[in-house]
Design a protein around this ligand. Structure first.
Ligand SMILES: [Zn+2]
Length: 132
């Protein structure tokens, strides 16, 4: 191996080492940016969740109830939960007077029981609604 070849190979190795160090620094910067973006994303998702919840509370309910009301009630009554009309109204935002008509609509497709047992939310023993 000539002296010129050795010098040339040495420069190549030196160049590759510098390149690897540069890539490692870039990787560290990118990982740090990724961490910051993940944090920002978590904040954005939490904000979005809060906004969605607030908009649901602020949005006016349809005048004579609709399919949405049935869905809201069914979400509360899911898995056979026994809930009284007052608590259903509070949980869903549907006016208390409209609960029986929403239950009647649900009752056309699935069985809704009305036993006198403790409501799982207020724990008062009274007539509750339970599906199944
Ligand atoms: Zn209740």
């Amino acid at each position: 191996m000539t002296h010129a070849t050795i010098v040339s190979r040495s420069r190549d190795v030196s160049h590759q080492i510098h390149r690897s160090h540069r890539l490692i620094r870039q990787t560290c910067r990118l990982l740090a940016q990724m961490g910051e973006l993940a944090d920002e994303m978590q904040v954005a998702v939490a904000d979005s969740r809060r906004l969605r919840h607030r908009s649901r509370c602020l949005a006016p309910h349809p005048i004579s109830g609709g399919a949405d009301d049935s869905v809201l009630v069914m979400e509360v009554l899911a898995e056979g939960t026994a809930v009284c009309a007052d608590c259903l109204a509070k949980k869903t935002g549907i006016p208390r007077v409209e609960i029986p008509s929403v239950i009647a609509r649900i009752g056309k497709t699935i069985r809704v029981q009305t036993p006198d047992v403790a409501c799982v939310i207020c724990l008062t023993i009274r007539t509750v609604y339970r599906v199944g």
